[in-house]
Design a protein around this ligand. Sequence first.
Ligand SMILES: *[C@@H]1O[C@H](CO)[C@@H](O)[C@H](O)[C@H]1NC(C)=O
Ligand SMILES: *[C@@H]1O[C@H](CO)[C@@H](O)[C@H](O)[C@H]1NC(C)=O
Ligand SMILES: *[C@@H]1O[C@H](CO)[C@@H](O)[C@H](O)[C@H]1NC(C)=O
Ligand SMILES: *[C@@H]1O[C@H](CO)[C@@H](O)[C@H](O)[C@H]1NC(C)=O
Length: 310
Amino acid sequence: MRQTAQLLLLALGSSIATASASNKRGLVFVPNEQWPQDSQIWVKPGTDLTWYYNYKMTPAPSFADVPQDKFEFVPMMWGKVDGTTFLDSVNQQLDGGRNISHVLGFNEPDGAVSGGSNLDPESAAQIWVTNMEPLAKRGVKLGMPAVTGSDRGVKWTQNFATECAKVANKNCTFDFLPIHFYGSFEGLASHMGSLSASFPNVTQWITEYNWDNQDLSTTQSFFNTTCEYFDRLDSVARYSYFGSFRSKVSNVGPNAVMLNNDGELTDIGSWYLGGSATGVNPQSAAGKSGASVLAAVAAAGIVGAVLASF
Ligand SMILES: *[C@@H]1O[C@H](CO)[C@@H](O)[C@H](O)[C@H]1NC(C)=O
Ligand SMILES: *[C@@H]1O[C@H](CO)[C@@H](O)[C@H](O)[C@H]1NC(C)=O
Ligand SMILES: *[C@@H]1O[C@H](CO)[C@@H](O)[C@H](O)[C@H]1NC(C)=O
Ligand SMILES: *[C@@H]1O[C@H](CO)[C@@H](O)[C@H](O)[C@H]1NC(C)=O
């Protein structure tokens, strides 16, 4: 009996943990210069986000004054760099007192479109050994290149690991594997599984993901299922949902976003930050969300009452 009660408590404890805050969550920061005020939403006190990246080697000006232990900046070596440009930048930040503990490798080097950095594995290996390996000696954890969520991407990463070992004369240091994926939950889970098979025991970070161009309820179920899955898996250390922008500038469809067209948090945006549903339709503009629906209902009621009195 006693044991049963304890098991029940354990089960209860873990379901509570799943439903509440996650310390794995971060921000893929995609600012839009038309609405600089949106940036502050992500660093309001009480939000769940513990870290961010901005596809750059230096912090976003909006968050430059936020200390690392509040909102950890993770530099990225986006693509080809000259000489030791990336290494020098991170060293300089470390020497200046910014506690950089993780860095990210190339962004979609296997792709030439939609933000891909288009590098062959051989060149990438040279740049990696010059810029990344010395950081491992300083205790910085290295994230492998984040390829597109395709078989071509997996192949690219395997070739890269082989080339890197040739250049370095030893296996290169890969502390974690960043993953990008756009599609259903089943597709994502299967992709993560095949990467675990290729790179066993390398911790995964899901640094860009979404099910683009779906209706709102499909998008919300996908969001819930993936968060729950990532929070539960020990093999996933961190994740960042791709959607920190307004609906009308979205390149992943109008419903996948965390902000509506007036910069208000959608349900997904609020859930991601650890809050409750806002009822804000992603595609709504100023005043077109919950408030105006209520106003419309009230107006209809008045019209009804007026009509009834005649
Ligand atoms: C630097 O960050 C790492 C990882 O978050 C942490 O473990 C470590 O204690 C931090 N070091 C300092 C000096 O704050
Ligand atoms: C290097 O990595 C390969 C797999 O990529 C592995 O088979 C091999 O044992 C590793 N070598 C060392 C010295 O760890
Ligand atoms: C991966 O981890 C499992 C469990 O800890 C261990 O049995 C296995 O040997 C590891 N595999 C590699 C390739 O390190
Ligand atoms: C998603 O989760 C929230 C609670 O976090 C819940 O209110 C909502 O109904 C869920 N939506 C779907 C479609 O599963």
